[in-house]
Design a protein around this ligand. Sequence first.
Ligand code: NAD
Length: 500
Amino acid sequence: MDLAHRARVALSHCRVDLPDTTGPTVMARTPVTGRELFPVPAHDAAAVTAAIDAAHDAFLTWRTVPAPVRGALVKRFGELITEHKEDLADLVGIEVGKIRSEALGEVQEMVDICDFAVGLSRQLQGRTMPSERPGHRLMETWHPAGVVGVISAFNFPAAVWSWNTALALVCGDTVVWKASELTPLTSYACSALLARAAGECGAPPNLNVLVVGDAEAAAPLLDDRRVAVVSATGSERMGAAVAPRVAARFGRLILELGGNNAAIVTPSADLDLAVRGIVFAAAGTAGQRCTSMRRVIVHESRAEELVSRLAAVFDRLTVGDPFVEGTLVGPLISASAFTSMGDALSTATADGGALVAGGERVDVHPDAYYARPALVRMPAQTALVQRETFAPILYVLTYSTFEEAVALHNAVPQGLSSSIFTTDQREAERFLAADGSDCGIVNVNIGTSGAEIGGAFGGEKTTGGGRESGSDAWRGYMRRATNTINYSSELPLAQGVNFG
Ligand code: NAD
C-alpha cells in the first residue's frame, strides 16, 4: 500500500490546502514502513508570534459571541469530524502507526468531546452566594481567558488538541496549536475541518491557528503574555522546560505529562478480567499511551499464575502492520524509541530482572521498528522502574501486604493512572480512599488506559497536575470574576468595618 498516496487522498478529502513549501518544511513520516512521505510547511518562532497576533485579534471578537452560538460552531465541527472519520483515522494510522480500531477510537473521542462541549456551551455557570450585607448580591461570572497555546504530543495527534480546542472555543478562547513535529498531516487535516466549520457558521477566522515546528519554534507561546493559558502535553522533560517559563510571567498552565501507571492484583482478583485488562493497557498502542500500564504489583500468592498467563498472551499477540486486519500491536514511533526499549531491558536484566516474554524486534518492514511487548519480573522497584520508558514494557513486582502494595504503587514520581483488580470491596475502597492511590485516575477492575471524555483527565506529581476533557475541566480555560452588587442606598462595609 502506498501510504504517501493514501495520506494525500485523506488530506484532499479534508480539503487541506497546503501552502507552498518554499519556506521551512518538516518531513512527514510514517512509522508503519519507517519511510519519509513528503515535506509539509513548518513554522519558525516568527511565524508563531504572527499566529499569536492573529489568534488574539480573533479572540477580541470571539469572546463577545454568546456561548451557545460558539457551541453551534463546535457542533458543526463535530459533524465534519464524523463525516471524515475514516480520513482522520487514516492519517492517525499513517503517522502514529495505530491499529484501525484505535485510530477510529481516537477520532471518536474528538466527536465525543465536541458533543460534550456543545452541551457545556449552555452550562458555563457561575454561583450566586448570599451576601452578608443587606441590599447586596454576590455572584461569580466566568469569562473567556484569552489565547490558549496548545502543545501536543505525537501519540494522540488529534484527540489531545480537540479536548483542549472544543472546550476553549465554547469558553470563548482562541487557540494557537503547536502540533508535534512527528504528526503534521493529522494536524493540518484537523485544522482544515475546524476552519471549514468556522467559515460555514460565520465565525471569525483564526479561531485556531496551527503551527508545526520544534521546541524552539514554540518559545513565543511560552513567553507571550497574550497566551493566557498554555496547555502542554508531552514528556516530563518537556514540562520541566515549559513550566518555569510560563510561570515566570504568571501564565496559567495545564500540564499533561508522563505516566508510570500500575495495577495492583490482589488475592481475590478475577484473573480472567485482570489478564485482559492488563494486556490491553500494557500492549495496546504499542505501549505508547500516557496511560499505558508499565507496572503490575501482584500478591505473591497469585504471581506465578498471573505471570504465566500474561506471558502466554504476550507471546501470541499479533505484532505487525497496523493496516492489516487482526494486528493488535503496531510499530514504535522511531528507531530511538526502539533503542530506549532495548536499553531499558538491558538495565532491567543488569538490575536482577528476568525477561519472561517478548522484547525482540519483529521484522515487518526493514526501516520500521516493531517490537513484541516485553514482560519482565523485577526483584524491586529500581530506578529504571520508577521512570517512564515510552515503549511496551511491563514490569512485574510482588507484594505480601496491602499496605506494601499501595506504598510501592505510590513510590514513583508520576501520578497519572492506576487500577486495582480485586473482588474485595474493602480493598477497592481503600485504594480509592485518601490514603490509597495518589493518581488523578483511579480505576477498579479495569486497566489504566482508555479513559472516557466525561471525566476530568490528568494526573498528579510529575504528571503535572493539569485536568482536561470532561467534568469541570472547562474552568481551566476561563477566568472567574466575583461580583458584589449593591442595590441599596446605604454603603455597609464587609466584616462590619466602620470607616468614619
Ligand atoms: P515530547 O515531550 O517529546 O513532545 C511533546 C510536545 O512538546 C511536542 O509538540 C514537542 O515539540 C513539544 N516540546 C518538547 N520540548 C519542548 C520545549 N522545551 N518547549 C516547547 N515545546 C516543547 O513528547 P512526545 O514524545 O511527543 O509524547 C510522549 C510523551 O507525552 C510521553 O511522556 C507521554 O506520557 C506524554 N503524554 C502525556 C499525556 C497526558 O495526558 N498526560 C498524553 C499524551 C502523551
